[in-house]
Ligand binder design. Sequence first.
Ligand SMILES: Cc1cc2nc3c(=O)[nH]c(=O)nc-3n(C[C@H](O)[C@H](O)[C@H](O)COP(=O)(O)OP(=O)(O)OC[C@H]3O[C@@H](n4cnc5c(N)ncnc54)[C@H](O)[C@@H]3O)c2cc1C
Length: 414
Amino acid sequence: MSGVGSARDLNVPPRTQVAIIGAGPAGLVLAHLLHLQGIDSVILESHSREHCEQRIRAGFLEEGSASLLESIGLGDRLRREGLVHRAFVFRLLGEDHRIALGDLTDGRGMTIYGQEELVKDLIAARRATGRPLAFQTPVQACSQIDGHEPVVVYRHNDEVWELRCDVIAGCDGFHGPSRAAVKPTAYTRQCPIAWLGVLAAVPPTIEEIVYAWHNRGFALHSVRSPQLSRLHLQCAPDEDLNQWSDERIWDELDARLSRRDGVTLDRGPILQKAVIPLRSFVAEPMGRGRLLLAGDAAHIVPPTGAKGLNLAIADVHALSQTLGRWYARRDDALLEDYSRRRLRHVWQVERFSAWMTSVLHRFPQHDDFDRKLQVAELRHVCSSPSAARALAESYVGLDSSRDLPAEHQLVAVD
Ligand SMILES: Cc1cc2nc3c(=O)[nH]c(=O)nc-3n(C[C@H](O)[C@H](O)[C@H](O)COP(=O)(O)OP(=O)(O)OC[C@H]3O[C@@H](n4cnc5c(N)ncnc54)[C@H](O)[C@@H]3O)c2cc1C
């Protein structure tokens, strides 16, 4: 049967103030920020709660993201269990160059806390508010977004339902349906390389995060918890995972992360492996009418800079402020301004992520000259204090609210 109305068994009303599509970090943090302002919302999520809570993805939180979560009461477990890193290492031809993030910035670093753990905390916090969060309700379409009462069409148990609202927040990730309704211009760069990412049940051999430049290709050593290592190897976008036994993965990691002193990695069972595409993508504008996009629905960065999750949190922080002002004044120009404000920061993060990707990987089109230039570039950032400081500033997170004084601002190029 199909109907129009509301899926009452899910506690979803027929109307809300803000309809949020997607229970990823963007949708869940936005819902909490709106709740704190007394703004009603409904979250519709296509997958089950278990699926959302077990999806292994990002794990690095900038100080700004961690502080925001803490300031809104979502940071207890994150502060207790998160691992704070105030440095990382570039391993260049087996030689270590330490980037002391804390010394190069005002003491800032990165907190390592699995996205799946954060999502568990966020779902529990949403449940505690009593406001609606409906799983297994895939959204099929967003309509009437140029009017005053947009409509979200979703499915549940083979029935079709409608949710009416004031504003739709498209937090449905890169493959969700909301971006298509906005019809933005898409700026895309598909990388000819990918990452083979693994989660291994072994305490990290190296205490610090290591980004290795190697003639066999890039490798990344990082941690997920005191018992879990997170490791990545550059691979082909169509890499066949069946060709990668645990032994081959450890051998390749040892080869690329090799140190001059011959220390190799402690090995353990590989719990999960996946090929992660490397792409850059920006949708402009990040919304139209009463539908605004946030997180991966609006932009993708290659994971080299560890920025995707942080951008999603910065987006919804700005979006919650925009919606708070909009409910006070009902001025639709505020909704248009959201995209302009966010795109400045988004492009800065795209720039940094593209730079990290370009200097650390072996690209098919590279010749020896390009490889020598990469080494020179990395040696420069490791040896020049001002270059290292610029790198550290971007790595720990550029302040998204910081804008140039008016006299220094460039005229927009749109
Ligand atoms: C393998 C992997 C590794 C990554 N590593 C890092 C990292 O180290 N550091 C980093 O910062 N970032 C990393 N990222 C990126 C980071 O995980 C994302 O940027 C982050 O998840 C964005 O959050 P989001 O809420 O915008 O989107 P998502 O987390 O994708 O959430 C979107 C939600 O919308 C739901 N949805 C989709 N379609 C519909 C629909 N039709 N109806 C209802 N719901 C729908 C999805 O099920 C999902 O729950 C990684 C990403 C991947 C895939």
